[in-house]
Ligand binder design. Structure first.
Ligand code: SAH
Ligand code: F3S
Length: 443
């Protein structure tokens, strides 16, 4: 029987992307197949996240369980990768000596070698270095299944927001060369991919080397991707307000294939808090970007990230955040309770605000945001939407479903000619929580 891999992924889309690569790499080089049961596994890998407290607590509680499995089966190997690994390094082995391998987000391609060395040397292996962009050169192209795929265009982040661990765990921004990205996308289209999501912590900081030695910015990359006929819709995540250049904003008008949806983290509605977060923009500057975006693309939907309870955030500052949520009328957004991350500048600020106050603010905030999201859904009734139908309905027999530009699930009657295609539909009602549509006949 083939050896089995249990791979558990925490956190962001970048981590999910990395996990798919790990899975394929270990299949090709070590003959491991995926299992969904840790009890059956020969190798357990946790691809971890350290962006907020709860993410890492879960990792340590999982490790405790796997320790017991290893006591029963001493041949079991356990690896910890991702951002907790990057942050903790050798500490993981100190705390959990039964862990065999610790690798960072930039060294996952070295896993086969680490597995080998673990057996040869009989001691745990650690590699959490940042060897530039070498990772991508050594990873297999993804074998995708559906019509949507993600492609990582850059790694890391150089913004150093005062609350965030990403620059420390994933390293500074490094972009993949333009040709490499385009080649990966073209390869995906040969397997039937029609929609691509360009991934990075800060995609609009993309600076990709071109074959003529020039540097392509993110808007240029989007134009190249859009020129691939087989690609019908382009998404990207995440972008930072500081690099929303005019040429990027114009793409929402000039590139029809670009999803008319933008996730643009604002974090706070208070200029004092934004400065303390080291976000490098004011609320006025943020609103000016939104104004420009709506000018070139009136139908654009916007979502955002918010941190509630940044150290010493006053009632007044929280109210400003609430106000901007309503004023910009964001669609479903993410809001998080501030969590002090070890080593980040914000974690040294003495915080006077109680946990109870922060939690009640978050609860109120999320309620307002949810209501706004629901209102958006209602307003979609009767409108025309683009949907990429990629799976069968789980609720209604004979129906299939897919997502709109703004990530609403729409179902229509199954039609094999429209399956795995980007289809214009009109929204007619609801099927449970999902929207019900009918295809718009072009003729
Ligand atoms: N690259 C993205 C952010 C990635 S992290 C950007 O452009 O901002 C995703 C989100 O997690 C952030 O937008 C922020 O809202 C949240 N986050 C990051 N660090 C956090 C912390 N220490 N506490 C609470 N939320 C945090
Ligand atoms: Fe983190 Fe700020 Fe970069 S939130 S990922 S340091 S843009």
């Amino acid at each position: 029987m083939k050896k089995q891999l249990y791979l558990k992924t925490f956190g962001c889309q970048m981590n999910e992307y990395d996990s798919e690569k790990i899975e394929q790499l270990l299949d090709e080089q070590n003959g491991l197949t995926l299992t969904d049961s840790p009890e059956q596994a020969d190798l357990i890998i946790l691809n971890t996240c350290s962006i907020r407290e709860k993410a890492e607590v879960k990792v340590y509680s999982d490790l405790g369980r796997y320790k017991k499995l290893k006591e029963i089966n001493p041949n079991l190997r356990i690896a910890v990768g991702g951002c907790v690994a990057s942050q903790e390094g050798a500490n993981i082995i100190k705390q959990s000596p039964y862990v065999d391998m610790v690798f960072g987000p930039q060294t996952l391609h070295r896993l086969p070698e680490m597995i080998k060395q673990r057996e040869l040397q009989g001691v745990p292996q650690i590699d959490i270095s940042f060897p530039e962009i070498e990772k991508f050169d050594q990873l297999p192209a993804l074998k995708n299944t559906g019509p949507s795929a993600s492609v990582s265009i850059m790694e890391g982040c150089s913004k150093y927001c005062s609350f965030c661990v990403v620059p420390y765990t994933r390293g500074e921004e490094i972009s993949r060369p333009l040709d490499e990205v385009i080649e990966e996308i073209i390869r995906l289209t040969l397997n039937g991919v029609k929609e691509v999501t360009l991934l990075g912590q800060n995609v609009n900081a993309y600076r990709g080397l071109m074959s003529d030695g020039k540097i392509a910015d993110f808007a240029t990359l989007l134009e190249y991707v859009a020129s691939i006929d087989e690609i019908k819709r382009i998404r990207f995540t995440t972008s930072h307000p500081n690099e929303m250049t005019d040429s990027l904003i114009d793409c929402f008008k000039s590139i029809d294939k670009l999803s008319k949806f933008l996730h643009l983290p604002i974090q706070s509605g208070s200029d004092r808090v934004l400065a303390a977060m080291k976000r490098n923009y004011t609320t006025l500057e943020y609103k000016s970007i939104i104004r420009k975006l709506k000018k070139v693309c009136p139908e654009i939907t916007l979502s955002s990230d918010f941190i509630i309870g940044f150290p010493n955030e006053t009632e007044e500052e929280y109210n400003q955040t609430k106000k901007i949520l309503q004023e910009i009328n964001f669609d479903y957004s993410f809001s998080f309770l501030y969590s002090p991350r070890p080593g980040t500048p914000a974690s040294f600020i003495k915080d006077e605000i109680s946990k109870e106050i922060k939690e009640s603010r978050l609860k109120e905030f999320q309620e307002i945001n949810n209501n706004q999201g629901k209102e958006y859904t209602k307003q979609m009734m009767g409108t025309k939407q683009r949907v990429l139908f990629d799976s069968l309905s789980t609720k209604q027999k004979g129906y299939m479903k897919g997502k709109t530009d703004n990530n609403r699930v729409v179902e229509i009657e199954y039609d094999k000619n429209l399956f795995n295609e980007l289809v214009e539909v009109q929204i007619k009602g609801f099927i449970g929580k999902n929207l019900l549509g009918i295809p718009i006949n072009e003729n």
